[in-house]
Design a protein around this ligand. Structure first.
Ligand SMILES: *Cc1c(COP(=O)(O)O)cnc(C)c1O
Length: 378
């Protein structure tokens, strides 16, 4: 993205991700680091290798290609014994990579199970799998009602060996929706008990970041940490906000000011002339736009940037590679200076939750989209 504006920088602080990992590990037990979608835009291998230094030995990826890339990186530098599991869906074409790169797939349908059983029988090797259960997301996975038949099928396919049982919470980050968390938790506990009774010594996990921070009763043997590793608080703006205290955002996004000029009272700015100066203003034209993932939907949202340590509000429509901010009250702002879109130093640093609110989305999407740009590790 944005080859033409290589002044656009996504800076990743791996030390923050490591500190967040240690904080989460102190709240839970064994953590699987969720690094799908290129580690939420922070860099799959960079994040995994950094977390390995803190003893993280289990990683969950989103595609088989991500898993294979990570295994090859780890092999190349002599990191062994790490578990890589594949959360996302797969097709039979992906199977060869599972075996060759020791990736544990999440299996959530009888069809998948049959295909894997056939493959395992053909190759004559045991394939460890993680069983994925739908306890309320209604997305992928076996249901509670499927469990007896699942146990029967597993008995007939001894080469497919369940090592983990997982499910995913739909409302863990909403303090007012805890009833549903409890329903999911109970369904999952019943499923895990049934599997254990059938002799499957699976490691159970259901908690995501919000579950780790807010639901100790759902910790089971391990937890899957995603967004909180990257420093966003899943409870930001809720009554449980304090539970995410101490998490430190790892992504900073900045670019350069291309020009600064006067915008006299009564003059409008940018496409559609949607913004008209109500006083004599100074505006900075900033080298960021929707081609960099800085959404056009931020137009008119009250979004701000950080310039010379102060907040500068966005004015007019966000363009493809440019946008404008009001710097009337920031006399030091000059062409060539940095404009910080996310993060930054001091009390006015832009929190990922703030940017997500302006954007009308969640921190997950902000990280994934901005993380598609050139990244620098600091
Ligand atoms: C993405 C994902 C997670 C991580 O969730 P966070 O809310 O980011 O902590 C955990 N489990 C599954 C199955 C996921 O897809």
């Amino acid at each position: 993205m944005s080859i033409s504006y290589n002044m656009f920088e996504v800076r990743i602080r791996l030390a923050a991700i490591r500190a967040n990992y240690r904080l989460l590990a102190s709240r839970g037990s064994r953590l699987l680091a969720v690094i799908k979608a290129d580690a939420y835009g922070h860099g799959l291998s960079e994040v995994a290798l950094a977390l390995s230094k803190d003893g993280c030995d289990s990683f969950a990826v989103g595609t088989v290609q991500e898993g294979a890339t990570l295994r090859e990186k780890m092999d190349a530098i002599g990191i062994t014994g790490r578990v890589i599991s594949l959360l996302g869906p797969m097709v039979p074409d992906d199977h060869a990579l599972l075996w060759s790169h020791q990736i544990i797939p999440f299996v959530g349908s009888f069809r998948q199970l049959e295909e894997l059983a056939r493959q395992a029988a053909k190759i004559g090797k045991v394939l460890p799998v993680s069983l994925k259960f739908d306890t309320g997301m209604a997305r992928l996975g076996f249901t509670l009602e499927d469990v007896p038949r699942l146990c029967d099928r597993l008995r007939e396919a001894p080469l497919v060996r369940p090592v983990m049982a997982s499910s995913h919470l739909a409302t863990a980050d909403e303090p007012e929706a805890q009833d549903f968390v409890h329903i999911q938790g109970e369904r999952f506990a019943t499923i895990v008990d049934t599997l254990h009774d059938a002799g499957h010594q699976v490691e159970a996990n259901i908690a995501n970041s919000a579950g780790i921070l807010g639901h100790p009763a759902l910790h089971h043997q391990s937890q899957r940490a995603g967004i909180a590793l990257y420093g966003a608080n899943p409870y930001a703006g809720t009554a449980w906000e304090h539970l995410g205290k101490g998490l430190s955002p790892a992504m900073e996004v900045r670019t350069r000011i291309a020009a600064v000029h006067a915008l006299p009272k009564g003059r409008c700015i940018s496409y559609g002339c949607t913004y008209t100066a109500e006083r004599d203003m100074r505006v900075a034209i900033v080298a960021a736009g929707y081609a960099d993932g800085y959404s056009r939907g931020l137009t008119g949202s009250g979004a701000q940037m950080l310039i010379a340590g102060r907040r500068a509000p966005l004015v007019g429509r966000v363009c493809m590679q440019l946008c404008a901010v009001d710097v009337t009250d920031i006399p030091d702002a000059r062409a060539g200076d940095w404009a910080v879109l996310l993060g930054g130093e001091g009390t006015f640093a832009i929190r990922p939750e703030e940017l997500a609110n302006w954007w009308g989305t969640i921190t997950y999407e902000v990280f994934c989209l901005l993380g598609l740009n050139r990244r620098i590790y600091v």
